[in-house]
Design a protein around this ligand. Structure first.
Ligand SMILES: [Zn+2]
Length: 366
């Protein structure tokens, strides 16, 4: 018999086996055990499997003949966030698989393993499994891309809450530190000094005015925003402060970029205040007419659902692909409760997601 559906029992078994491994970030050996398990799943295939480690974080890449550039990379993470012991014992209730990692994202990894086994000889696909998405992704996805791995498009089922909700845009983020310098003096003779806090307040007001007031956004808040989240300076009320610092967190949309934002801030500052960028988080923007995005939408329609293009206000490993101009497709089997005690994924949706992904891969790489 020709098997043309991904096998839900196999997907469920792999999901549950992976969930039982307590692969939190402080247990890299358990993330390694998840990778051992994945490697065992793929042992009867002709895939070349390579293991990596960066700063103690293990990862795995499986590609045909060890190529570093399959057309499509499937990418998933096996680290999960902290949970009570009982959350590592998967429960099935009301058609849901409930456990830490059920939704984020061991069941999606199980689907990708099953599809890799089934399709690797006929489709130009590779698998990337990483262990630090929840703690930044620098030693997993970013590290692997830095080793020269690349692709035409990536699939990362790690964002949103349902198959049809495609998270096609995620804002970039940056932190900018504003530093004001003045001249100390006794508070009884302020004319002898230069008050750094006064300068900083003026700077904050100007920077704040560069960004639209959040209450004036459109309903989806798809605008570049700025939050002044930290301010410090001065030692005592009776001293004119010589130094004050404020830190802004800026989230930007696709029409903006970090160099121009920094320049705009610098140009707005009063004398005696400087701005420097301290944190950079890449963005992900997939164009509405991207052919992979269009094929992914068609795959969603093939299972009887209507795709929706959604906006993501957070960040995931997709940003590392985005930074390299690689379109990344993000949606998940219907699920909820990520990072809570009630993390769940719909078992029917696991099957539908597997069918949808298989349809997409057939369309794109067969
Ligand atoms: Zn995740």
């Amino acid at each position: 018999m020709i098997r043309d559906m991904p096998d839900i029992n196999e997907i469920l078994k792999i999901s549950q086996d992976l969930i039982r491994i307590k692969s939190t970030k402080d247990r890299p050996q358990d993330i390694g055990l998840c990778l051992d398990y994945a490697e065992k799943c793929l042992k009867d295939t002709s895939l070349t499997i390579k293991r990596f480690e960066s700063n103690g974080v293990p990862s795995l890449v499986a590609t045909k003949s060890g190529t570093k550039a399959p057309k499509i990379f499937l990418n998933g993470h096996l680290d999960v966030i902290e949970a009570h012991d009982k959350q590592f014992e998967p429960k099935i209730e009301d058609g849901k698989l409930i456990a830490r990692g059920a939704s984020d994202m061991k069941s999606a990894v199980a689907i990708m393993l099953v599809l890799m086994k089934e399709l690797h000889t006929t489709h130009d696909i590779g698998l990337m499994l990483v262990g630090d998405e929840e703690s930044g992704g620098f030693n997993g996805t970013k590290y692997l891309l830095d080793q020269g791995y690349t692709c035409q498009a990536a699939i990362i089922p790690d964002g949103g809450t349902a198959i049809q909700n495609i998270m096609h845009k995620a804002k970039g983020a940056m932190w900018v530190e504003l530093t004001a310098t003045g001249q100390a003096a006794h508070a009884s003779r302020p004319w002898q000094g230069e008050n750094a806090i006064n300068k900083l307040l003026l700077a904050i007001d100007r920077v704040h005015n560069l960004f639209l007031n959040p209450t004036k956004h459109s309903d989806d808040h798809w605008a570049t925003t700025c939050n002044i989240g930290n301010i410090r300076g001065g030692d005592s009320a009776n001293v004119v402060p010589s130094h004050a610092v404020a830190v802004c967190d800026i989230r930007h949309i696709e029409n903006d970029n970090q160099q121009s934002i920094l320049r705009r801030i610098q140009n707005s500052l009063p004398d005696g205040v400087t701005a420097k960028q301290t944190v950079e988080v890449e963005s992900l923007f997939v164009k509405d007419d991207d052919p992979y995005l269009i094929a992914y939408q068609e795959a969603i329609r093939s299972i009887g659902r209507e795709p929706r293009l959604c906006l993501d206000h957070g960040a995931s490993d997709a940003r590392f692909f985005g930074a390299r101009g690689i379109p990344t497709l993000i949606s998940v089997p219907d699920s909820g409760g990520n990072h809570t005690e009630n993390e769940w994924v719909s078992i029917n949706a696991l099957e539908d997601f597997a069918k949808m992904l298989k349809y997409f891969l057939n369309k794109i790489t067969k």
